[in-house]
Design a protein around this ligand. Sequence first.
Ligand code: ADP
Ligand code: ZN
Length: 724
Amino acid sequence: MVVGVLVELSNKNVDKIFEYCVPHNLIDKIKIGIRVIIPFGKMTLEGFVLEIKSEKNIDKELKYIIDIVDEEVVLNSELLELGKIIKRKTLATLIRCYQVMLPKALKAKRGSSINKKFDTIYKLNNINYDYDKLNEKQKSIIDIVKNKTEVIKKELENISSSSLKTLLKKNILLEEKKEHYRLKYSKFASVKMQLTDDQWKVVNKVINNKNKVYLLHGVTGSGKTEVYMEIIEYYLSLGKTSIVLVPEISLTPQMVNRFQQRFGDNIAAIHSALSDGEKYDEWRRICRGEANIVIGARSAIFAPLNNIGVIIIDEEHSDSYKQNDPNPRYNAKDIALLRGEYHNCSVILGSATPSLETMARANKGVYKLLSLTNRVNGKDLPEVNIVDMNEEMKRVKGHFSNILIENINTCLEKDEQIIILLNRRGYSSFVSCKNCGFTFKCPNCDITLTFHKSSNTMRCHYCGYGEKIYTECPSCKENSLNNLGVGTQKIEEELQNLFSKAKILRMDYDTTSKKGMHEKMIKSFKKQEYNILLGTQMVAKGLDFSNVTLVGVINADTSLNIPDFRSSENTFSLLSQVAGRSGRGDKAGKVIIQTFNKDHYAIEFTKTHNYLGFYNKEMIIRKQLKYPPFYYLCLIKISGKNNQYILNEASKIKRSLERNLTNTIILGPSTASIFKVNNIFRYNIILKYKNGKEIYLILEKILEHYKANCKLKVDVDFNPSQML
Ligand code: ADP
Ligand code: ZN
């Protein structure tokens, strides 16, 4: 037998299929999609069997496969085909496209340390024996085992091992190894909520016309999660499986809890808080059909489920669905659509603040739009107050405005809880005025200029425009440029000084880095062991605390200044999401947003919870400046040690693009916003286009041309989520 094997070496040079002969003893075990061990040059490597070329060993020159790695197929035919599509769309190597689908434990070399775990179990053998002739100890063992189908060794710990041995010898008992999983789910499934009429309408629309893509636009607290669960239950009743994606690890524990309460151990969770071993176990439970509902972050979109009924992407606007590095730079939303087509199933994209791309498609009728415009409990969305910090800075010393301080006090008196968001996205890479909040923007691209310390300049990293840095603010004429950010720790101190009796819980990357901390914090805040939850973006989304009636945002502006054309969209979305944490229970909620840009539309539309207003305004700007969803973007990243050489080659690449592309806007090469990292210089070229066909062809050639060049690296990122 001759097979085609894709070798596990992520070097562009070997991204092709090699032929091997199969020794006689392995012929029965060879299947497409299993991994094998093969000789490769002087090395021994792993690879995937992708083709069975002939039943006989014809070519005597071919080397032989050494062994197989798995008995079971690790990539089924759907995933094998999907990998090829991802390769075409991202220009990554095929092997990487397959590796990204599998848990770490299945990747070559790492696999050795992660094993399946086994219990020793005992069962009664079905033979005749005389119970009365057994001694007392033996009888007691039989009594324990008799009532169950099997017993784990631990349960027999207090019992004489010699009696156990005798029973085994006599064949009355059988000993077996049984795999056990590291994670435990309770089997318990709880009563479900009675859905509201609005919720039922959405559920019925989805289940009555299958295989469509839906955008579920539902305000915060409108009960989207309950809708998801109802739809999933419907598909379960048809024997179908489901995938639910949630953006970040921070959201997963809450979601997993809610799903477990309803579906018990029919769920599997895949996210970064699990150990490699736990992920491996979850993956195998899915393969074996032991879990029909998969909940997880980005990579869970590759869950090896069969017969999928619905794929749900919650908080679909989140940029965490895009893998930035390494290639394949795929977006889980695109994968969801591809798998949806394959399985002929529904795909639901849900959000209170859909991405512009998704809403634009819904408006065009490409996706079907479903809306939940009210909160479930009939409560209004919280009242949002904007505080102008330009004025407030004249009165207060710290970071808290008087109105926020007053409201926190009122809340504490009533024993209600508070969430404080310190917006830390995009800190200190840009120059801003400490006094008035002014920032410098590129006149060509409307993008915040990035500070370059080495040359003491500010530059646009889209088009390369640059100017010298000033010390005096051109807007307020104060010498107060360069606002270096403030950390959560500092704010925590300030809060504690202001409210000495309040119990404050700080949640940021430092305090949640230990495994399980995040979940623990959420639980204790929910139990009202703290008054104030202070944190970065991770407190903004998805959390459901009924006693929170006040949300404060310390510095709404920082994310407006990120040098990215999506900065307004991301800010609007972040503020709306965090506002949505307030007043989710019976009590009315309030939101106080502190800002230096009170007139910015991203802030103004937050005040009235006006997503559509924001959408319409932002679409006009995107159209004018030729950004998505009107144009596609491709980011070409060129990097290496020798600055002059890299810049020369980047310019050559640009000229070659100009010669080969029509109807494409080509920007750069410009310095990346983090220009020099570890002595590696980085340049970007940006393409804006409507039709990508010829772009793929020329970029493939460029990548091929540079693949063996060790002085320079070329990366491509289609539809990038970050423009850094
Ligand atoms: P969203 O995901 O849209 O923000 P959730 O699904 O988290 O909203 O629901 C918000 C809150 O309302 C949750 O506490 C949830 O348990 C509750 N809820 C949802 N649907 C109902 C319902 N039909 N009846 C009562 N409470 C509900
Ligand atoms: Zn520019």
